[in-house]
Design a protein. Structure first.
Length: 295
């Protein structure tokens, strides 16, 4: 956090709606002065979503705002008090509360399957508090934790809601994830990853041929868990959690694999189209594409 500016710290210390509006105001000022940053994904957006050039450019700039918002929210969770964090999560909205409650109370292990989009840390804390009380949440990842993210996990755990990352870089880590799920931990496994992350399957995304990591079907089968697809979108008023169709995986046959792949693909497409500028994976789309599907 050595590169955080005093202005960023001041904005991060504000209540959720005020800090997000402040960030948006700064972003709009850049837009007016034509100093608006972008991520350079306009050509990918134009080709993949078949957008006009102007709309693709606008969304490209919005992806930069989403990146800044994401960083601001991690910083805010580190700097604001526990009471302030509780006040902030009142802005988390659940579009499918009853569905989440049914899955949580089913008696089965639970795997939450979100996309890389939106400001997910605060909604995850609220999910534990409202639906998975006294159960720890383990977020699976295959890379080293960033210091600020680890500190956020610690802060949330200090509030009585255990949440941490579980790195799954080898077989033993994966076995641990299965064991933790079976003993009551809520597992979070992101579903929008390229084939290099394991369990590759060929499918399509927005009509383009891709190879998608599908380790979640094996994890669900081995844990006998209910999988609840999620998406989180963020705006200046707060965060919204939406659910896809829950599923279970009874076997490893090709028909089951095809069914789960289709459910995951549709969930990704539906979620991304809801807020295309908030999907963090646009710059990595080339990693999903296989022969004949180059960006």
């Amino acid at each position: 956090m050595n590169d955080v500016t005093p202005l960023q710290l001041r904005v991060a210390a504000l209540p959720l709606r005020l800090r997000r509006r402040a960030l948006r105001t700064l972003w709009l000022a850049q837009r007016v002065t034509r100093r608006l940053p972008a991520r350079g994904v306009a050509p990918i957006l134009r080709q993949t979503l078949r957008l006009p050039r102007a709309e693709a450019s606008r969304l490209d700039a919005e992806t930069a705002f989403s990146d800044d918002l994401y960083g601001l929210e991690w910083l805010s969770l580190v700097t604001r008090s526990h009471a302030d964090i509780v006040a902030d999560w009142q802005s988390v909205r659940f579009a499918d509360s009853e569905l989440i409650r049914r899955v949580a109370s089913s008696g089965k292990p639970v795997i939450l399957a979100p996309l890389h989009m939106g400001c997910f840390a605060l909604p995850f804390a609220r999910l534990i508090h409202d639906f998975f009380r006294d159960r720890r949440m383990l977020i699976l990842r295959a890379r080293e934790d960033r210091a600020v993210e680890t500190r956020v996990m610690q802060r949330i755990s200090e509030m009585g809601m255990e949440m941490r990352f579980l790195n799954v870089r080898d077989k033993q880590d994966y076995i641990d994830a299965i064991r933790f799920a079976r003993t009551g931990s809520v597992i979070v496994s992101f579903v929008d990853l390229p084939a290099s992350y394991g369990g590759p399957v060929e499918t399509t995304l927005f009509g383009r041929p891709i190879r998608l990591a599908m380790g979640i079907d094996s994890l669900a089968r081995l844990t006998e868990a209910a999988v609840l697809p999620l998406s989180i979108t963020s705006d200046c008023a707060g965060d919204t959690v939406r659910c896809g169709q829950p599923f279970e995986v009874a076997d490893s046959g090709p028909e089951t694999k095809a069914r789960v792949t289709s459910l995951v693909r549709r969930h990704i497409e539906t979620s991304v189209l809801t807020a295309p500028a908030q999907w963090f994976m646009w710059p990595r789309l080339h990693e999903f594409l296989h022969e004949g599907g180059q960006a």
